[in-house]
Write a protein that binds this ligand. Sequence first.
Ligand code: KIV
Ligand code: ZN
Length: 521
Amino acid sequence: MTNTTSASAQKDRVIIFDTTLRDGEQCPGASMTFEEKMTVAALLDEMGVDVIEAGFPMASIGDFESVSEIARRVKHASVCGLSRAALNDIDRCAEAVKHAVRPRIHTFISTSPVHMKYKLQKTPEQVLEMISASVTRARNHVENVEWSAEDGTRTEIDFLCRCVETAIRAGANTINIPDTVGYTTPAEYEALFRTVRERVPNADQAVFSVHCHNDLGMAVANSLAGLAGGARQIECTVNGIGERAGNAALEEVVMAIDTRSDVLPYSTGINTKMLTRASKMVSAVTSFPVQYNKAIVGRNAFAHESGIHQDGMLKNTQTYEIMTPESVGVSKTSLVMGKHSGRHAFKEKLKELGYELGENALNDAFARFKDLADRKKVVYDEDIEALVDRGIAAGNERIKLVSLSIIAGTRGPQRATMKIEVDGEVHTEEAEGNGPVDATFNAIHALVPHEARLELYQVHAVTEGTDAQAEVSVRLEENGKVVTARAADPDTLVASAEAYITALNKMQMKRESINPQSVAI
Ligand code: KIV
Ligand code: ZN
């Protein structure tokens, strides 16, 4: 179906399938609210992602609703839902994606001996029957059907070929062979695609896809090797978030293809200038920090510290830079913002940072910027990003902080007086604690009783100086479900309360969800 001759002057187009909202969201702590998912989906669509895997509709009512709303809103990309090989899962998935411009159903079943025996408790023959039945059912709903062999890289090759042939015969037009446990190596994965494509008689009727986890740190290398073996779709996530060590990072595969087109003769439809923005957005809504030395989007990715490197850079930037910061959307700082900056300058600054806000969102962000600028001498780009991302993410959350005042100091006990709105009703509480943060969290506990346990509480400054915004991260655990949340404010205690409340809102959503990988059919 695709031209894979590497000597070809024409670059083969690689389909970028983003699963930040499904595999990414599924990992411990990365859950997003409904509004956050809408924002991320809109950004992925604008960035040029070809397929957005929006969620797993059978997992919960919340997942169903967010997939279905994304399907309605996304203008260009194909919107895909994940489904197990059960007929009711597939029907539910079809219902969720039906309003998309190009709806896709992605159905999967485990094919490795260990998964079939222990997880599914099915024989290989039963699995083959289920592949045929599930793909046929999906094709009755939509034209665009993807089938995945879960734990494909630990599947016996003869059986894998039979499964792929069965799926294509039943109507699958994309075949994904995931490295579910991050076990394969580049040479092995390339050979796997070559073998399957050579041996399966109807292989030319499908696009082959890679889906790599990063347990051994090889997800990106393996994904690119899969292309050499003939795959033409890469499944990936922004910042590489995902189960355990994560998935292949979208920004890394895209920039590898873009920067090394001499040895990787492919193209993607991604606007690379939006990569930094996407990374920051996903980090803000999932509260997963991006490691400083992360390729492409880490804060040190374009920083040159040593004298020799700085000297080389001043003479010619190509000495130490293989791609420009501008190519991934890192702008050279120009406008310095403060309390005298007007609406026009603020709008220009937002443009420079990659935000295009509608009139209402802009007014709201400007009001919050003014409030911050009154409390802080210089407002840095990072401060603005923190306040805009938080505003975009804040939607119809059930629990909202109304006000907080604290009595703290050397003469304890510290005391917090808090007002919280729950489902539109305002409640007030006073609580004491062993320190102001403890008092604040005790007040939240009294207002919103819950079983969740605080696993992590972390504070760091967004920028420098004693008036810097404090960024607080909170992780909560309840019956094995984990959520993290982050909030920023010049007042550390307000940021702490906001982060804790956001985590509670996320836990509320998570309570009803199930994880596709953990459930047998
Ligand atoms: O890693 C995996 O195998 C998956 C499948 C459900 C595609 O995420
Ligand atoms: Zn996966």
